[in-house]
Design a protein. Structure first.
Length: 211
């Protein structure tokens, strides 16, 4: 029965049915299915499929947003139980759009994808000063810093931030992304990783933390 229920959670999440996902998660908790299992086999499994489809242009931004909303409704049910069961996130990622840049749609998508993959994400918003990244990493013990820029004029802020991180001795890995960026630019400024889109951001963070 538990396999059927987890499959229902997965199917409904992929269709973006937030209420059904919430009710099914509540039912799964009542039926004493381990919360870690509901998270990994239900919510995360569904978001992984959505991520894959997004990468292959089989679904687009609106579908991802709707699925992420459904995931959040399931997470709201599971969060207190995950804490109680001491289920740890896969890692902590600190994300923000760099200083001078006010775009956040891409960043928000990456945040949802990372949350959907089981990471704890600290979202610093837009126009983030280098020092804010440094302070947050130190305070929250984040292992990865994800930076976004949508303007060619703000790409330089990424280098400033990475240089500041190195000077401050912060050991977190850095990943950058945004429309005008390229892999070679990421290497040039000393970033540890580059993601062309929100779905690949998850793969890059997985690789960085596995290394």
């Amino acid at each position: 029965m538990s396999a059927e229920l987890l499959n229902s959670i997965k199917e409904n999440l992929m269709k973006g049915k937030a209420n059904d996902v919430k009710n099914l998660c509540e039912q799964a908790v009542k039926e004493k299915i381990p919360v870690g299992k509901i998270l990994s086999d239900g919510l995360i499994a569904a978001m992984a499929i959505i991520g894959e489809k997004f990468k292959n242009n089989q679904v687009y931004v609106p579908e991802v947003l709707i699925a992420a909303r459904a995931m959040n409704s399931g997470m709201a049910v599971l969060k207190p139980h995950l804490k109680a069961a001491d289920v740890k996130a896969k890692g902590i990622v600190c994300i923000g759009t760099v200083k001078g840049d006010l775009h956040d749609i891409g960043k928000n998508l990456v945040r949802m994808m990372l949350e959907g993959a089981g990471y704890e994400v600290i979202d610093l918003g837009v126009n983030v000063e280098p020092q804010k990244f440094i302070d947050t990493v130190k305070e929250k013990k984040a292992q990865v810093i994800a930076m976004s820029a949508l303007l060619t004029t703000t790409m330089g802020s990424m280098k400033t931030t990475i240089d500041a991180l190195k000077t401050s001795g912060v050991k977190a890995k850095t990943i950058v992304g945004g429309a005008p960026l390229t892999d070679s630019f990421a290497k040039e400024i000393g970033a540890d990783g580059y993601a062309a889109d929100a779905a690949s951001a998850v793969d890059v963070v997985n690789k960085l933390l596995a290394a």
